[in-house]
Design a protein around this ligand. Sequence first.
Ligand code: ATP
Length: 269
Amino acid sequence: MISIQNIEISFNTPRGKFTAVKDINLDIAQGEIVSIIGHSGCGKSTILNAISGMLFPTKGKVLLNNSEVKGPGPDRGIVFQNYSLLPWLTVEENVYQAVDAALAGKPTSEKHELVAKYLRMVNLWEHREKYPKQISGGMKQRTAIARAFAIDPSVLLLDEPFGALDALTKGSLHIELLKMWNLTQQSKTIVMVTHDIEEAIFLSDRIVVMNNGPAATIREIEEVNLPRPRNKKEIVNLEEYKIIRERLLNLLMDKVEIDEKDFYKEKAA
Ligand SMILES: Nc1ncnc2c1ncn2[C@@H]1O[C@H](COP(=O)(O)OP(=O)(O)OP(=O)(O)O)[C@@H](O)[C@H]1O
């Protein structure tokens, strides 16, 4: 469904051309959940932005259902870490506004029903009249996720959506995300950027591990062959889980160790 073909993304900076990522090739099937992990600054958000159409590759192309991505569209819903709710609208209005734009021409009652359905799904119906400043971080992110699902995009792009949340809230949002994915017959394709290895394993079918930048590339792609539905308490005891976790930790720690060695070398010199 998504085909990233040999993309390179460079930026013009005051110090010249900066290549953030290069030689990125990745095919993602419909209904797959794929996470992208890697050190800060390795280009995870840059890749997500190229899929969203907010950024154009300097070389190569991104195809969505065999058509080249030329800009953002309602077929792709995006959730960012910083909630991105409009502060002057209530929870319900924030979701309605997106639905109204995506379903222009449909009866108002139908749009309101849709908003209600998704707010109930993320347990926010009781809080629908509150403004963003009156709700917690987890509730803001629930609103953003409900809004993204309500417009019924075929692809959901999540940029560290749970990064600012505490572990318990994060855990319940993981379950709500999978609940919505299951309710759509696992037909939505989800691409998520995260720093959290456990989160990536729990949610994903595949995990893309990036090298460090500049000119970062894909280092390895791990398949997560854990049965679904997944139960967090149960999967952590499975051998497969432990192997993937160890492997991801080793891949990500590699660079840190190299940096440390360099530091001691410099000190000795
Ligand atoms: N508009 C821009 N102009 C110049 N450089 C940019 C621009 N956008 C991103 N970069 C650079 O590209 C690299 C990749 O950035 P990106 O935000 O994709 O990283 P990331 O892996 O998502 O990082 P983090 O995990 O910290 O969010 C960084 O070095 C960043 O400074």
